[in-house]
Design a protein around this ligand. Structure first.
Ligand code: LER
Ligand code: MN
Length: 289
């Protein structure tokens, strides 16, 4: 498995001013960084590629539907523009050297119309991803769709629904990002959520129940690592938390207090804990044999 950190902990954008983050991230033992993509046009693929390569880091991309975009809008023109944006985002991610673009790529985070999703919305989402498939193949990029908790979306909340969605899409480069923070709110058992996603699991956000330092709260990490082993997951474990100045994302995924003394505490203490938890799980699994 590979360990990553989402730079949302520090910043909403990643450009030349953020390159100083990469040395300490590498020194803390991470294999890669996850960089934000709100708008393909403003995404600094070249800076990211050169910066990560220079530090021996890999890169994944976390994206959200910003600027009024939605793949499930009742307005066909909005859906078409949003799909075009997703195609541009896939190309931009590939230019940055990323093989994975992940996030709640269906509706804006925090969009809550006060009703359940409709069959039309589900169909529009399936059709959009089926149309995105050839672009994913062309650029060798996988997309991992993230269910969010009920306070951040009404469209996709659970492991079961995320699996049903990617099964309906039926493209090998479309899978699920499953985040322990959301699962802690929506699943009866976080570990069983990972078992439900099973073979469709393409990315993991390893977050504590309050988005503080992994290992400092009540997420059942032993259970999570056992489930990841059972489903044969060998991808990224990426720590995600949010700073206070991420524009519309700060409003939609709000954190209004310090969860640790510094953002670095969440990332750098968190990765130590996750590495230890992963290796003790591996030891326990060997002893079971
Ligand atoms: C939002 O809560 C989240 O988990 C992110 O991965 C992307 O917005
Ligand atoms: Mn997440």
């Amino acid at each position: 498995m590979k360990f990553g950190v989402n730079t949302f902990i520090w910043t909403a954008a990643f450009g030349p001013e953020q390159l100083d983050l990469l040395g300490p991230i590498k020194a803390a033992g991470f294999d890669g960084v996850e960089v934000p993509l709100f708008d393909a046009a403003g995404f600094q693929a070249d800076v990211i590629r050169k910066g990560t390569e220079a530090h021996g880091l890999e890169c994944t991309v976390c994206s959200v539907m910003a600027g009024g975009r939605s793949l499930i809008s009742s307005d066909a023109a909005v859906r078409a523009a949003s799909l075009a944006h997703c195609k541009d985002a896939v190309k931009a991610a590939a230019e940055a050297g990323a093989r994975l673009i992940a996030g709640p790529l269906y509706a804006p985070v925090g969009y809550l119309p006060g009703r359940r999703r409709t069959a039309d919305e589900w169909r529009w989402c399936v059709e959009a991803y089926q149309e995105l498939g050839p672009t994913l193949d062309q650029y060798g990029v996988t997309v991992a769709i993230e269910p969010l908790n009920r306070f951040e979306t009404y469209f996709l909340n659970t492991a079961a629904d995320a699996r049903a969605l990617v099964e309906a899409i039926g493209h090998p480069r479309v899978g699920v990002l499953f985040d322990t923070f959301h699962a802690n709110i929506e699943e009866k058992s976080i570990a069983d959520g990972y078992r439900t996603v099973g073979p469709y699991l393409k990315h993991v956000h390893t977050c504590e129940n309050d988005r503080g330092t992994p290992g400092s709260g009540h997420v059942d990490w032993q259970g999570v690592f056992a489930a990841l082993k059972e489903v044969g997951y060998d991808g990224w474990l990426t720590i995600e938390s949010f700073g206070f100045s991420l524009g519309e994302l700060s409003a939609a995924a709000p954190i209004w207090r310090d969860l640790a003394p510094t953002p670095e505490t969440i990332a750098f203490e968190g990765v130590k804990f996750l590495k230890q938890a992963a290796s003790s799980q591996a030891r326990a699994a060997r002893m079971d044999l």
